[in-house]
Design a binder for this molecule. Structure first.
Ligand code: ADP
Ligand code: MG
Length: 330
């Protein structure tokens, strides 16, 4: 760190990051060269990493606590999609030389809030000063019983397709953030903004899907694209029922103002809900798990032989699927 900053990296680590390792003895208080992670017998390590760059994935003046929580949450969402439970996080931070306590304090507080909420301690990382934009890379480690991880490739013909929560709030929230989505109530705007800024990784539900789901993915690219990923990896096709896709009241209001928005909700990204497939006989069990965890789960279609995506009720929606895997169907 430079002389006009808030001290060298050792001060920063001790002041802001070491307290976040308290829950993990193997992190050695962030005073050693690496962390030691216990993998319970019969389990496998699951690892995911994401990078966020100021000006690309967030704005430099976004609240630092929100930036911290978002990078944790998008990674934990990847673990959730594998059915893994979090073990720990590693954070590489390239910070501007003049980073201030005013920025680091809320950033570390945001990390702390979600580290505690999701029981995922900070077990290591790297802190360097850079002249480029603020850049963060977070690695999440998790564990799953050997041979049981959920993947994109396990969908079977005849499976039902489900999603958790509601679809399209992420892309609408981005519209609110950019100031291009207008005409909603202030409460609807703030709901959508929050959905965009603070995704809700479905960790507990992902773990409970082990043994019930045949394939799973978290929705980051958009419902249509991510269902396409499941189809490609599984060597199957899918029929999606457009009218069955669950929308929040705020998203319904946005579509009420302009029906032409509906396709964007199916194609937009950043929802971080789970999209999964399961044999029809699991439906009752799935609904019981969803009720126990107070999560909405909605059946939105089924897996078919062949390849590509049919959208029932998709005619006239102008859906545009880039890879050509899409066919109209009504
Ligand atoms: P090294 O020189 O071996 O790379 P460092 O001085 O970079 O070690 O890091 C010292 C300790 O602090 C290590 O345990 C490292 O994992 C931890 N650490 C450094 N930066 C961070 C960070 N941003 N978040 C969490 N842990 C960090
Ligand atoms: Mg280092």
């Amino acid at each position: 760190m430079g002389t006009n900053g808030i001290g060298d990296e050792f001060n920063l680590i001790a002041k802001y990051f070491a307290p976040l390792a308290a829950g993990a003895p193997g992190a050695l208080g962030l005073t050693d060269d690496a962390a030691i992670v216990d993998i319970p017998v019969g389990e496998r390590l699951v690892a995911a990493v994401d990078a966020l760059v100021a000006g690309v994935h967030f704005l430099v003046d976004d609240p630092p606590g929100d930036i911290a929580r978002k990078i944790i949450r998008v990674n934990l969402s990847d673990l959730a999609a594998m059915g893994a439970r979090p073990l720990g996080l590693l954070l590489a931070a390239v910070l501007p030389r003049n980073v201030s306590d005013d920025w680091m304090g809320p950033f570390a507080a945001g990390l702390k809030a979600d580290i505690e909420k999701f029981h995922a301690p900070l077990i290591g990382g790297d802190t360097v000063a850079g002249d480029g934009p603020l850049t963060l890379s977070l690695t999440a480690l998790g564990a799953v019983p050997a041979g049981r991880a959920l993947t994109r490739g396990g969908a079977l013909v005849g499976d039902e397709i489900y999603v958790t929560g509601t679809i399209g709030d992420g892309v609408l929230g981005l519209g609110v953030a950019k100031g291009v989505l207008k005409g909603l109530e202030p409460s609807q705007e703030s709901y959508l903004l929050e959905r965009y800024r603070l995704p809700r990784p479905r960790i507990d539900f992902g773990i409970r899907l082990l043994g019930h789901a045949n394939a799973a993915i978290d929705i980051s690219d958009g419902l249509i694209a991510d269902l396409g990923h499941i189809c490609e990896c599984s060597g199957v096709g899918a029929c999606l029922v457009a009218q069955a896709v669950p929308l929040s009241p705020a998203a319904q209001a946005a579509v009420g103002l302009d029906e032409g928005r509906f396709p964007n909700l199916l194609m937009g990204g950043d929802d971080y809900e789970l999209l999964f497939t399961s044999a029809p006989e699991n439906d009752v069990a799935l609904r019981a798990i969803a009720a126990e965890l107070a999560i909405d789960v909605t059946r939105i279609g089924s897996i078919k032989e062949g390849s590509g995506l049919e959208v029932e009720g998709g005619e006239g929606l102008g859906l545009n699927i880039a890879d050509g895997g899409y066919r109209h169907f009504h």
